[in-house]
Design a protein around this ligand. Structure first.
Ligand code: GLN
Length: 498
């Protein structure tokens, strides 16, 4: 049998229903691939027995003609999603050994539809980061490597982006057919861009946040990473939907997103925000963006320059709002209720020792920034102002959409992926700058899709971002497919790690 890990999710689904192979065979291929890929440090926990048991049940349902939409499809789960009976750590020492007694709604939806679980995927600690380097369990490594014009491949280890670095690297390295991820400021879209995969952050409220470790609750949203636009559309349909356990999840029907893949984009109005043409934007990223414009034009879309005047305030405002909410959400890790506990001379000592040892440097930094901007003397100057900026950013988008724009096209990231240790060690702001094109979308609660647009001059993937109207993910899938068809095929990375 040919290598089943090379199939897309849609191809695997169709192959299973045509009985070309069994769900057990498909899952075994991925289990074997995962076992050979330890050097990528992508899976924090592997659950092959669980996947095989689920696959066996899938084969039985397929035989009875009762297959669900994801029957037998092996997936990876970002280790921010609570999985019943399987360790869930958020890649933090403070949650090491925590075994949830319940399942997140999004993963429960996937299993309901027949998907199988290969294991839990690495991420930045508590989803704070853009490179996966803040994980307590060491960084996940991208399967991509730099390649010069002379064809010489560099040995330097490349980051997969973050925080959903394990999810993106696993999908790119063919260690699952798709993965769950989350996005608070770009954590689905930036890793997708860095690894040549497709990721969508749906509209805030589209997916339930129940059972997902909270970072910044007003920004957090679940979404899929997969290898094609069609595959992400298939996954999102299963993940999305109303959940009484999350009052911010929206009670609206979930469309069959796959139907939008390949739909015409003729006459769609695409906004090109002039403020995203940052000073010093690299020529390579500018050229990628121009190509994206040409591809959509050729597909029949109409291009319009727009202005989103408050863009430049988004990043500083995000790095106030997100830490503020994080400092409150992370107060629950006290050494009493879950995970790590360091006993001290009294209860205060226990809290302090546990939190000092349990949280990594970046998480401690966020907690300190968050408590500072919320403290009595500084609340108005920082937190309140950031919230006002957030409203203005949302209004910028509202005005563009009211003027007839259907979607907005931007680069996904200001650069291709970088090497391990190359950024942010001296100055954290250098790392935060990765999020310059993605945080606006979270601040406004909008959907954003990232699709590969080609390779950089050093042979690494580059991504384009499409931003949509609230709850109009379908438009993004149609436009994303048009880009996927027009863009040069970047292929899959060579399996140097296996
Ligand atoms: N890189 C951003 C941060 O560190 C975004 C993280 C995310 O979306 N979870 O806050």
């Amino acid at each position: 049998m040919s290598d089943l890990t090379r199939l897309t999710l849609a191809e695997a689904r169709d192959g299973l229903s045509a009985r070309k192979f069994s769900a057990v065979e498909l899952n075994q291929s991925f289990i074997d691939a995962v076992a050979r890929a330890n050097s990528l440090n992508v899976y924090l926990v592997e659950t092959p027995e669980k996947a095989l048991a689920q696959a066996k049940a899938s084969d039985e349902r397929i035989a009875r003609g009762e297959a669900g939409p994801l029957e037998g499809i092996p997936l990876g789960v970002k280790d921010l999603y609570a999985t019943e009976g399987v360790q869930t750590t958020a890649a933090s020492h403070i949650l090491e050994g925590f075994i949830p007694q319940y399942e997140s709604t999004v993963t429960a939806n996937l299993w309901r539809d027949g998907a199988t679980m290969l294991g839990k995927l690495n991420l930045d600690e508590f989803a704070m980061g853009s490179s996966n380097e803040t994980s307590y369990f060491g960084p996940a490594i991208s399967p991509w490597r730099r390649q010069g014009a002379d064809g010489k491949v560099s040995d330097a280890k490349i980051v997969p982006g973050g925080s959903s670095g394990g999810s993106a690297a696993a999908v790119a390295a063919r260690l699952c057919l798709g993965a769950t991820a989350t996005d608070t400021g770009g954590s689905i879209r930036q890793p997708a861009a860095f690894t040549g995969t497709v990721g969508i952050k749906p509209t805030y409220g589209r997916c339930s946040r129940f059972g997902i470790v909270a970072f910044a609750s007003s920004l957090d949203q679940a979404g899929p990473i997969a290898r094609t636009v069609r595959d992400t559309a298939i996954l999102l349909r299963s993940m999305a939907g109303h959940d009484p356990k999350d009052t911010t999840s929206v009670d609206a029907p979930v469309p069959d997103y796959e139907k939008s893949v390949g739909a015409s984009v003729k006459g769609k109005v695409i906004g090109i925000p002039k403020e995203y043409r940052l000073d010093g934007l690299s020529a390579e990223i500018a050229a990628l963006w121009d190509r994206g414009v040409e591809w959509l034009k050729a597909a029949g879309a109409e291009i319009r320059e727009i202005s989103l005047p408050h863009t430049r305030h988004a990043l500083p405002a995000y790095y106030i709002v997100a830490p503020a909410e994080a400092s409150s959400n992370l107060a629950r890790y006290d050494g009493v209720r879950y995970g790590l506990r360091k006993t001290g001379k009294d209860i205060v000592d226990l809290y302090e020792l546990t939190r000092a040892e349990g949280f990594g440097k970046e998480v401690r930094r966020r907690i300190m920034i968050g408590t500072y901007v919320l403290s009595a003397g500084y609340y108005d100057a920082y937190y309140l102002r950031a919230q006002k900026i957030r409203t203005l950013i949302k209004r910028d988008f509202d005005l563009a959409y009211q003027a007839g724009v259907d979607a907005i096209l931007t680069p996904a990231t200001p650069s291709p992926a970088f090497a391990l240790g190359e950024k942010g060690s001296a100055d954290p702001v250098e790392m935060y700058l990765n999020d310059v094109f993605t945080v606006t979308v979270n601040m406004a609660g909008l959907p954003g899709l990232v699709v590969p647009g080609g390779l950089s001059s050093d042979g690494l993937p580059l991504g384009l971002q499409l931003i949509g109207r609230p709850f109009e993910e379908e438009t993004l899938f149609a436009l994303g497919q048009a880009i996927e068809e027009a863009a040069p095929k970047i292929g899959l990375p060579e399996a140097w790690w296996a």
